[in-house]
Design a protein around this ligand. Structure first.
Ligand code: HEM
Length: 423
């Protein structure tokens, strides 16, 4: 790394094995030595890693565009580097002011009150998933990571028992290395399956409305007109993509950390009122969505660096969330830290639309793990991390043992027939 702090050329590849193993250290060094730097990876891009530059860039949509510009960096999802092979996503790939009417209808579906209405569903699924292993005294605790996917799929009115297909598609694109077999399978097989299934579902719901979010988007109006199928699909694919993996990433990282830090685990078990503040700290230190991208729209200077129209830029929420200028002792996980102005949910017009749903799911998972599996012991030699921690960080597998407990759902099936099959 160059010693020139103003826009050095850096060695940085967020999809490399080196990054997967050391992402916290890598961002720490960047904040110190090169908060805005240029890497030659993937055709070249700027890496923004301190709080000030990430915050400023996120709020300057004219200069840091989220829109698709296929002429720069090729076709694909504009907010990842390299661009993931997904369909167009609304509203994350639309700059303001055109993103606003879409956000308005999405916000209505994800506002605190709407998220609250999902709580019984969330409780049902967490209870059922914990029931599935509670009597055995051993499990792969990462299975709780299925809950966010199940809840989101059910919320859209799709078949929740097929949740794994959606995870294999949308989550793999952000947790597997772009050159891996897993990623190839997601792009070539799983994503086309999602596209076909969700498009059929939209068509079915046009004829057979139901009490679900797909029907809500079919009925919703943007600027006085109804959405067409392509627009609805673009929103649903984004919601699946944003919803299935991120909360899983938060929960899996936190549960491993809580095993390694029994004193904090004891405090949270004994005083559940501490949980909400602790979750904000977990969001800060684990930054489930580590970094997302933008395209630069003008030749200008940014934080002393000569950015050029068409340059790509990676904004690291993970780096920003450990910037010592913003957070005292940033590497210390303090579950009582408050205030906590982390930006794990992003900043500005694209700030996470699903954050109340995410928090509702995470809160229920932590609560049931603490009350039903409170003494879980992780087999640390056999935990498996995501093979790529560049976009989403987390664990695929967390083998645990614990004192067995009782099932709570009785004969109620995990997946009822409450949704209407569209196929
Ligand atoms: C802990 C869990 C989550 C984290 C850390 C997270 C993180 C983020 C971040 C950083 C962004 C900003 C993207 C950008 O600026 O380019 C974002 C946007 C978004 N998230 Fe989340 N997310 C989480 C859960 C969810 C869930 C559960 C849903 C859906 C139910 C969701 C739906 C969305 C949507 C639709 C957007 C796009 C908003 C827009 O472009 O206006 N997220 N999320």
């Amino acid at each position: 790394m160059s010693s020139d702090k103003r826009c050095p050329v850096i060695h940085f590849d967020h999809h490399s094995a080196e990054h997967t193993a050391n992402h916290v250290e890598i961002y720490r060094e960047l904040i110190e030595k090169a908060p805005v730097g240029w890497t030659e990876a993937y055709g070249g891009f700027w890496v923004l890693s301190d709080y000030a530059s990430v915050y400023e860039a996120s709020r300057n949509d004219d200069l840091f565009s989220s829109a698709r510009h296929d002429e720069y960096g090729g076709p694909g999802l504009a907010v990842t580097i390299p661009k993931a092979p997904t369909e167009f996503h609304i509203p994350i790939e639309i700059d303001p002011p055109n993103s606003a009417p879409y956000r308005k209808i999405i916000n209505k579906a994800t506002a605190p009150k709407a998220a609250e209405r999902l709580l019984p569903k969330i409780e049902h699924y967490v209870t059922g998933i914990v029931d599935s292993f509670i009597e055995t005294g051993e499990a792969d605790l990462a299975i709780v990571a299925a809950v966010p996917a199940i809840v989101v799929i059910d919320w859209l009115g799709l078949d929740p028992s097929e949740y794994q297909f959606y995870v294999d598609a949308m989550h793999t694109l952000v947790s597997a290395a772009p050159d891996s077999e897993e990623y190839k399978h997601a792009a070539e097989v799983a994503v086309p399956w999602v596209t076909k299934t969700v498009r059929e579902h939209i068509a079915f719901r046009r004829e057979n409305p139901a009490d679900d979010i797909t029907t809500y988007f079919i009925d919703a109006e943007v600027d006085g007109r109804k959405l067409d199928d392509d627009e609805i699909y673009s929103i649903l694919e984004l919601v699946i993509s944003g919803g299935v993996g991120t909360t899983a990433s938060l929960v899996t990282q936190s549960l491993v950390w809580l095993y390694q830090n029994p004193e904090e685990r004891r405090q949270l078990i004994e005083d559940p009122s501490m949980l909400d503040v602790a979750m904000e700290e977990f969001l800060r230190v684990f930054s489930p969505t580590q970094a997302l991208a933008r395209t630069i729209m003008e030749d200008t200077e940014f934080h002393g660096c000569p950015v050029r129209k068409g340059d790509r830029a990676l904004l690291s929420w993970a780096g920003a969330n450990r910037d010592p200028e913003q957070f005292d002792d940033p590497d210390n996980v303090d579950i009582t830290r408050w205030p906590n102005r982390h930006i794990a949910f992003g900043v500005g017009v694209h700030r996470c639309a699903g954050l109340y749903i995410a928090k509702g799911i995470a809160r229920e998972i932590f609560t049931q793990v603490f009350t039903r599996l409170g003494d879980y012991v992780v087999d640390m030699d056999n935990v498996v991390s995501y093979p790529d921690q560049g976009t989403n960080a987390g664990y695929h597998s967390i083998p645990v043992t614990f004192t067995p407990g009782e099932r709570l759902l009785g004969d109620t099936p995990l997946f009822g027939e409450h949704y209407t099959k569209s196929r």
